[in-house]
Design a protein around this ligand. Sequence first.
Ligand code: PLP
Length: 393
Amino acid sequence: MPTYREPPVSFVSGRGCRLVDAEGRSYLDFLSGLGVTSLGHADPEVGAAVSAQAARLLHVSNIFGNEFNEEVAAKLDALIGDGSPMGGKVFFANSGAEANECAIKLARRYGGRGRHGVVSALGSFHGRTLATLHATGQPAKHEAFLPLPEGFSHVPYGDVAALRSIDPGSVVALLLEPILGEAGVVPPPRGYLAAARAVCDELGLLLILDEIQTGLGRTGRWFAFQHEGITPDVVTVAKAIGNGVPVGACWARAEVARAFQPGDHGSTFGGQPLAMAAVLATLERLVALDAPAVAESLGARLAASLAKVEGVATVRGAGLLLGVVLEEGLEARDVFSEALRGGLVVNAPAPHVIRLMPPFVVTDEDCDEAVELLAAAIARVKAAGLDQEKEKL
Ligand code: PLP
């Protein structure tokens, strides 16, 4: 269906941070499938775990147990506690939207009748199901699909006063991204998440953090909320947790998770052995790599080099989730296309922002190459713009 633009290129294979297209041309991948393949493409250990599991047992129903669920949930719970188990509970789904859908349903069940509202941020992105679309704070995206499920409202992102003025009424939860990813890698002011925690405590709201893009080491901590030393009530993850195998998960404090009763929620594929084998291998590899430390050190170096590129106004974000804000007059879509033509995969989430989310296996040399390719792409876009100006004169 025509839900995406015509693809500019099709990829057929990959290894680490390199991709190969159908014509055999090689690309440097600094997007990781939108923050998914954090260990790079064709990671040998994840590949081996998935192949072995495919040959052993692909799927059973959640009516039954499997050998992975408890272990994977415990590993995720410990990462949410930054190494200390939290005693939380996990629901496994197949995507980010489904993880958020679970969080929203859990909050409604926790709130009981009459308390079902979810407040989220303008500019946020939480998914494409009808409920997560309404939680997504982009009214222009809502228009074509009205009416959307009731019970969602939005506050300006990063605005603590706006959080303080939430009228709890029928509201049960505040749902936030620690950094707005799809809006162009927009970090909130320092202390925003801690303020959100305090407001939720004061008003008796659940704090749900969508760490689907920011989680699993990407920002330099296992989860971005750990930069502010807070504990959320619910955390959603997806993307990088399976290194490319589709998985989502919703973690909640045990007392919150207890609101669900058997039959309240479910998923045929959620938590099935193939996906769980991938998650187990991915989490083990991320821990062995010390993903947050890698993201922090490589990210600082990469951000500093990017900031020096001509045509770049600022670089924002954290760790290896970086938004390159272009100078006025430069369109991110043009830079994206030129970068791709030059052999660099990035994307353009906002009109003037290029996003970089390289895998954690990149080297300093890969980063230098990416900066050079991006600088060359920007220079070509600038030159083309100047030519057009001249033609007009
Ligand atoms: N939440 C955030 C912060 C995201 O970045 C995304 C996807 O980009 C989603 C939710 C939705 O995830 P999915 O596309 O796996 O449904």
